[in-house]
Write a protein that binds this ligand. Structure first.
Ligand SMILES: [Zn+2]
Ligand SMILES: [Zn+2]
Length: 352
């Protein structure tokens, strides 16, 4: 187990689990102290400008931009979304599958489009979020309120607990990947090119869009949109929804977030079993675009070694720590329809 194991508040990798159904030995404790907020004015001004410009960009998206620009902005939204979900999140932060270098290169490009810091830094924050979930060492600790977990955490200095415990976090696997190191080293050149310059130049050059429409729609509106979608996983999906897998934690199953976040809103499952590459327990993946994306690359051999959790372990965990909202864990589930029970074929039946 990792250092500081006694105050670890959530499992991160399979090895951290201490019970057969993949939980920690103790119940997680959520808490936040009254650490005074020290504002980072540079970020406050930048995000205020971004959101005002993005609102105008949204207006231009609807009423002024060419249809090609709108489609282009939508494609960039999906690409930058996947750079976070399939890349920084499932591949790098959680190691829930492996990817060959061509796919890693695609994902690093997508990730740079999203401008949420380098994949190494993103993964560091996210590993802290799972390991010290909802304590002062969680970068976007949801016990400090909706606003803090959404955007507020980026507007203030980091909590000293986060800095202290962050030092014990193992990131050697990320630094061993030359593609990730390249992105981190040249981030201040690559990021503006991918996130702002390329999305502005392409619409102007290829279909004669105006500079202002291209910049405000394909760069700023699209960027602010995917940012807020990502943040909703930290805010809304830590607040609203059912907890079929573990009722002792705040992360919840939030369908609306899942739809916009390309499959990342099934957050109670995800915090219970973070190494599952699907981030959800699903019979079909209609609402999990990221899983379909990874499955597609698995078919051509670029994604492999995907980890998932067996039905048996999921059911055990649902029985023990779920809030009773799990759709159906098996025979005897309180939600199992009576007609189904009556119609079931039972061989040598015996009710105890
Ligand atoms: Zn979370
Ligand atoms: Zn995660």
């Amino acid at each position: 187990m990792a250092p500081n194991a006694t105050d670890v508040n959530g499992v991160l990798f399979e090895d951290d689990a201490a019970t057969p159904d993949m939980a920690l030995p103790n119940l997680p404790v959520q808490k936040a102290d009254n650490y005074p907020k020290k504002f980072v004015w540079r970020n406050i001004i930048a995000f205020a400008y971004l959101h005002l410009a993005a609102i105008y960009g949204g207006y231009l998206f609807l009423f002024s931009a060419k249809w090609q620009t709108d489609i282009f902005a939508y494609i960039l939204y999906v690409m930058s979304g996947l750079g976070i979900t399939a890349g920084a999140h499932r591949l790098w932060a959680h190691k829930s599958y492996k990817a060959k270098w061509p796919l890693r290169l695609i994902l690093v490009f997508f990730n740079t489009l999203a401008f949420q810091d380098s994949a190494i830094d993103w993964s560091r924050d996210h590993r802290m979020h799972h390991k010290y979930s909802e304590t002062d060492a969680d970068p976007h600790n949801a016990t400090r309120g909706f606003f803090f977990s959404h955007i507020g955490w980026l507007l203030v200095r980091k909590h000293p607990e986060l800095k202290k415990k962050g030092k014990g976090l193992d990131l050697s696997d990320l630094y061993a990947d030359p593609i990730l190191c390249f992105q981190k080293k040249y981030y201040l050149i690559l990021m503006p090119l991918c996130c702002f310059i390329m999305p502005t130049v392409i619409p102007v050059y290829f279909w004669g869009e105006t500079w202002i429409n291209a910049f405000l729609v394909a760069a700023l509106f699209r960027y602010a949109f995917i940012l807020n979608v990502t943040w909703l996983v930290n805010s809304a999906a830590h607040k609203w929804g059912h907890k079929p897998y573990d009722k002792n934690i705040k992360p919840s199953e939030n369908l609306s977030v899942a739809i916009f976040a390309l499959g990342e809103g099934f957050h109670n499952y995800h915090h219970t079993f973070p190494w599952d590459y699907k981030t959800a327990e699903l019979g079909n993946n209609r609402l999990n675009f990221t899983t379909n994306f990874i499955n597609f690359f698995a078919k051509i051999g670029w994604a492999y070694d995907m980890k998932t959790v067996s039905d048996e372990i999921v059911q055990k965990r649902v029985n023990r720590t779920g809030d009773g909202s799990h759709h159906l864990w098996g025979w005897g589930d309180k939600d199992q329809p009576k007609e189904e029970v009556d119609a079931a074929i039972r061989i040598n039946p015996k009710d105890d």
